[in-house]
Design a protein around this ligand. Structure first.
Ligand SMILES: Nc1ncnc2c1ncn2[C@@H]1O[C@H](COP(=O)(O)OP(=O)(O)OP(=O)(O)O)[C@@H](O)[C@H]1O
Length: 349
């Protein structure tokens, strides 16, 4: 199988190969196993030192599950994750604790992810104490330095999360992620819950911190416009699989997968001169439990009545793609003449 990884400079900091994370679906009194939600279904990519890879797709396509699987916050089904050449998924618990210092996460919801009963200084200082990164008495100074680095004040350490705005809370979340001097951070929709004006400030902060500390990011977002100025490469995810991967400029200039085209068509882009074809996605995302029939063909799951309903939504001048028609193979094929550009072939219904 062809891996999109080949384009990241060697050796990569993070290498994900054929990652699968399925959640069992259990039904009935006996809780029998009736199938699996294939949240992540054969995903491969690399991230180079100092690089940002964007992972983009609609809600439920499996982006967060990829991030959590890499950090071993949830169990994976199969595949491998290597960090600096080391097998993360097979690391014994003692080693995993050390690896966690280097691999961190910033969550979407700065409110829910900060303990409301802890002062900010404790929230940021606690990981330092647990991992014994320095003598205890040095922790307050380190916390103060981090607060200033993320654009807050030293005296904010004594305050509680509810005393801050959404953007400030996300800065606290970022300071907490930086507390252990990581090299790799999963940024899981870090600006989605923030006002647009605040979003760019937090993105600028993440950019500056990347330069200062040589960080690599897996940047998860549902909005292609957000990742446009932030990511070096972008992977587009649909139904547990990557359907297209390319460096940022290539992807925005020449999107090839119909799903990427539809996402770009829906995203508000800053270039008013660019003539944009309107492409809309129709219908629900198919269930990730059962995507294929026994003969290997795509299970579109659409009845003639549902098809008629979808047809009724159509407007003139707009190209429509039904989400059910977007099932695709897990392998990515290189695009001729565009190094580093990979796209997955569709599965015939
Ligand atoms: N713990 C779980 N148990 C069962 N199913 C789960 C679990 N976590 C996620 N899923 C399912 O896995 C699929 C992928 O979810 P995931 O949260 O990774 O998607 P996402 O792209 O990050 O979406 P969002 O942006 O809404 O978080 C969804 O169908 C979701 O319902």
């Amino acid at each position: 199988m062809m891996y999109p990884s080949m384009i990241a400079p060697d050796p990569p900091l993070l290498s994900v190969k054929n990652l699968k994370t399925y959640f069992p679906v259990k039904r009935g009194l006996l809780k029998s196993h009736v199938g699996d939600v294939r949240a992540v279904d054969d995903v491969s990519f690399d991230i180079a030192p100092n690089e940002t890879l964007g992972l983009v797709g609609e809600s439920g396509c499996g982006k967060s599950t990829v991030g959590r699987s890499i950090l071993r916050l949830i169990p994976t089904t199969s595949g491998s994750v290597h960090y600096n050449g080391e097998d993360v998924l097979a690391a014994p618990s003692g080693r995993m604790k050390q690896l966690r210092r280097e691999m961190q996460i910033i969550f979407q919801d700065p409110v829910g992810s900060l303990n409301p009963r802890m002062a900010v200084g404790k929230i940021i200082g606690e990981p330092m104490a647990v991992h014994r990164v320095c003598p205890k008495e040095e922790i307050p100074d380190r916390v103060a330095d981090l607060l200033v680095k993320v654009g807050l004040r030293k005296d904010h350490a004594a305050r509680y999360p509810h005393e801050f705005s959404g953007g400030q809370r996300q800065r606290i979340g970022i300071a907490r992620a930086l507390a252990l001097s990581p090299k790799f951070i999963v940024c899981d929709e870090p600006v989605s819950a923030l006002d647009v004006s605040v979003q760019s400030q937090v993105l600028n902060l993440l950019n500056d911190l990347q330069d200062e500390f040589g960080l690599s990011y897996l940047f998860i977002a549902h909005n292609l416009a957000v990742v446009e100025h932030f990511c070096d490469r972008v992977a587009v995810m649909y139904l547990g699989r990557i359907v297209e991967l390319a460096d940022r400029d290539t992807l925005y200039r020449n999107p090839l997968h119909p799903y990427t085209k539809a996402l770009l068509s829906a995203a508000p882009m800053p270039d008013p001169d660019a003539e944009k074809r309107r492409i809309m996605l129709l219908g629900d995302v198919p269930s990730p439990i059962r995507l294929f029939k026994d003969d290997g063909k795509a299970d579109t799951g659409i009845t003639p009545e549902e098809q008629a309903e979808l047809d009724a939504e159509r407007q003139p001048g707009v190209e429509y793609i039904t989400r059910h028609s977007l099932l695709h193979r897990p392998d990515l094929v290189p695009v001729d003449g565009e190094p580093g550009h990979f796209v997955s072939p569709s599965v015939d219904a």
